[in-house]
Design a protein. Sequence first.
Lengths: 93, 386, 479
Amino acid sequence: MDIKTLERLQKLNQLNLTEEETDTLLGFFETAEKDAEILSTVNTENVERMVYVMPMTNIIREDIAKKLFTRDQLQEQAPEAMDGYWQVPRTVD
Amino acid sequence: MKMYIAQTEKSAKNIVVDDMILTTDMPTSAGSKMLDGYISLFQAEAATKLTDAGYKVYAKANTGEFNLDLMGETSYYGAVETDGVLTTAAAKAIKDGEAMAAVTLEVNGSSARGAALAGLTYVKPTYGTVSRFGTIPAVCSGETVCVTAADAATAKEVLWAVKGHDDKDGTSLPQEKCVFDEVKEIKKVAVAKSLMTGDVTKVEEMKAKLSAQGVEVVEISAEELLLAKSAWNILMSAEVCNNVSKYDGVKYGYRTPNYTDLDSLYTNSRTEAFGYLTKSVILFGSETLSEANYYKVYDKAQRIRRVISEAIAKVFGEFDAILAPVSSKSAYTASEAVANPYMAYEESLYIAPAMITGLPVVVTDGVQLIGPAFSESSLLALAEKI
Amino acid sequence: MKYETVIGLEVHVELATKSKIFCSCSAEFGGEQNDHVCPACAGMPGMLPIVNKKVVDLGMTAGMMLNCDINRVTTFDKKSYYYPDLPNAYQTTQWFSPICVNGRVDIETSNGPKSIRIKQIHMEEDAGKLVHDDWSDTTLVDFNRTSVPLIEIVSQPDISSAEEAIAYLERLRDLLRFAKVSDCRWEQGSMRCDVNLSIRPEGSDVLGVRTEMKNMNSLSAITRAIKYEVARHTRALETGSEELVQETRRWDDNEGKSYAMRNKETAGDYRYFPDPNVMPVVIDDEWFDRIEKSLPELPEVKRAKYIDELGLSEYDADILADSRALCDVFDAAYAVCGNAKETANWIITECMQVLNKKKMTADMLAINGTSLGQLIKLVMEDKVSRPNAKRILASLFDKDIADVEEFAKQSGFIVSNDTSFIENIVKEVIAGDPKSVADFKGGKEKALMALFGKCMKQLKGNANPQVLREILIAEINKI
């Protein structure tokens, strides 16, 4: 882990760290990477990944449309909304 | 300590829920500035079930941000201490006699630690037996709604009120799996040497109590349990990174006043509203999922999850439960927890085996008993006996 | 040097479902902004995704229509990136185990027949819509389309010209519309296309630098964009006018130019991982067979059958075979009445007239074909007159009528076979219009038509014209 990777990660996750936070985090990443190293010593060649601890299949629903809430209810706590739209600074592309 | 009191009337049926359980009459903030004052349009299935069963969801208990920390010290609303010792708001509400029980979302061990250090009884049921509908998502593959109370009988009573199948949760088990009324006597308990680090006084005391009750206690090595912490921290961070990315200052919640364009709106809102631990978890989690690391780190952790799961299943072939500590120390101060933001990463050593496998845990007398899936009744019966 | 073009297409098709893929909001096109939205598709915490079964049905249907292998175990994954049209900051899609793989679409161009291989089809959720508001200089966000179910059909880079790309897209559209997977309307965004393009020296087996143009929404724009990009790549390779880089470009159809899109540094790191909230979908034999049985005959098979077996004109067969809705009504009606030509006429002329009045397209024809067959049979048996049959047809558009003859009786639309009743009416009319009778007898054929019309009106159209005419002439002759 280096500063450059950390900068890329911040950008990717829309976060800014202070210089002090960056230093602490680099230390943390070192510890965290040790975690990853511990795992790499275990042979998992014939082990399936375990995404679900209590696996089931076909949890599906019928195609029925329902309306739960009104637009006004959904936008009641919007930081900024106009004419029934959520509003953000103008985007390019 | 932040407690939203919805009903002031004192009642023996008062239940406190934590800041990860959505309610419509009180704000739900996940302990974060990001969701300060956020009111959900719908409530958690667990809250509905409590009300339907005649309980009163009377207050909201403070949590650490997204419940990731040691015991609430990262909360936007500050840590809770009793006599200079860090505790969770939920545990305090029970100790103070305000609430008969607490229903909280166990994400990373804070509820278990809060209960253990306050000498309360806690039950984290088998994953999928209590609906997660209406809980603030953090680590969906492992987090579970759990119950804390002064004694095992009360914990059981409240767990029985909230458990059950829910069509609104795609990981909710079928109703017949959520019954688990059968009590099997616990005769043989394993103590995993790999988890016997730090202050193990309470475990030693429990060993003595169990032996006195005629329960056979055997030390086993179970080295695989040590892997749980590393694997859990990876899976936990990755899922949290993904689940909290929706908080961006656009739809609801905190929006920075300092922005000139979309990018600065996103970045400044998140930077100003998230605490340091959350930020660290996001960045580490993101890195575990990056193209370069996915198979080496994240996917590997998913495979290790199965290794651990199978190792524990093997233990349960011979033993009825695993006895282990809940934390490395018997008390923490808020200042030491704040000073070491990664304490929760280290302390997850103890709770990770049950979090990563979704197995039930009962905390009693300051220790935890991990059982096979659906063994809640047996674990609680043992806790009641000793 | 001669170059060849290598094109792969990623086609997004919105599925014809009533509700969204993971929540129960309406998936209908249109509606007021943010009217088809709930906490889940507005990115609020606490709701959990439950897969819409119809999405899997349609995903399988698409795969079978495109000759794919169906993955019997299919799973959902999360793809993370920030954009205001993506309220959760992740899209749930299929990265590790898509529902369909290894398909094929056969096309026909001026160079003859060719097969385009399909790499995979995966199910995913759509993003919302952004509206740029000049007045406030902000972007407005509408989540109505957020989480509407999509399939993405990814072709192999087997396409080598704009003509082939268009033939492939048209064929895809025909097949998916015919199987009722989607209405595939470019203008409503229910069909969209990303174009991946590179060029290389003819005969080379090394791929050139690839550029991607996203969200193309018309065939003409795709043709122009492909031609433009081929020219740009060729010029770059031949003259070194620019260095080609692998990038995503936006096609501006008004200017007829493509532009590089910004945000390059973070693009590509989508951090896919399996969604632990969505359990795997396992397609057993029963489910597989049910979908397989529901597949329609291909449009060209229908067309050939209509011409060769039922004797329809090419013109009629073309119109019918262009729309699954018309075919369904035709097949059901023909099964009842047994007259293909009549049935085709009733659909192509009469039904289309009603649809036009309602400003609806052929695909929207939703009348009960069996009822239409009964109606045609009543006309063929002279039990209902044509004008009255058209009135009954109008009713078929409004309601489901299981027994059309009974309906006709109740509505007073059954032709009378009671000749004495007709004779009485004829006598009354003749008695009331001696002038016309005299005119007819004086040789004016037209006068007979006037009398005929009066009789028919009195009979409310419920008489066999031939019978009425015979009785009318007989009665006049009696005078």
